[in-house]
Design a binder for this molecule. Structure first.
Ligand code: DGP
Length: 113
């Protein structure tokens, strides 16, 4: 998607702090962290949210999350973390490219959006 900010990050057109990358996903630091550790898991394939996700995309995303579960120590998440994916503006989704928030450590904000 030409103008999708996360597609542009994936293509390297917009800088980001990359934590992990493979053929299926990119993990970056969130530019506006809501917790001590706030990462974003971005599937490389563009789709807006979990409602738009195909069966094949769901399988790929599940494999990405399984891979993430093996990276907990190196990502500093061994004491616990939350995974959050917002769908729709009413649920605070601001970027229409599916992403999973990975939140660990102390919250930095109480706000929902
Ligand atoms: P959501 O509100 O669920 O759509 O989350 C979007 C997140 O993406 C939000 O926490 C801020 C983050 N974000 C937006 N633009 C950029 C960017 O250009 N770079 C990075 N690293 N994060 C971004």
């Amino acid at each position: 998607m030409d103008n999708c900010i996360f597609c542009r990050i994936i293509r390297g057109e917009i800088p980001s702090v990359k934590v992990y990358e493979d053929d299926d996903m990119l993990i970056i630091k969130d530019v506006n962290p809501q917790a001590e550790i706030h990462l974003l898991l971005l599937p490389k394939e563009h789709y807006a949210n979990i409602v738009e996700m195909s069966d094949a995309q769901a399988r790929t995303l599940a494999a990405c999350i399984k891979k993430l579960s093996g990276m907990v120590d190196e990502l500093g998440l061994k004491d616990g973390f939350r995974l959050v994916s917002n769908k729709g503006a009413n649920a605070c989704q601001s970027v229409e490219h599916l992403h999973i928030h990975i939140l660990g450590g102390k919250p930095l904000s109480e706000k929902m959006c």
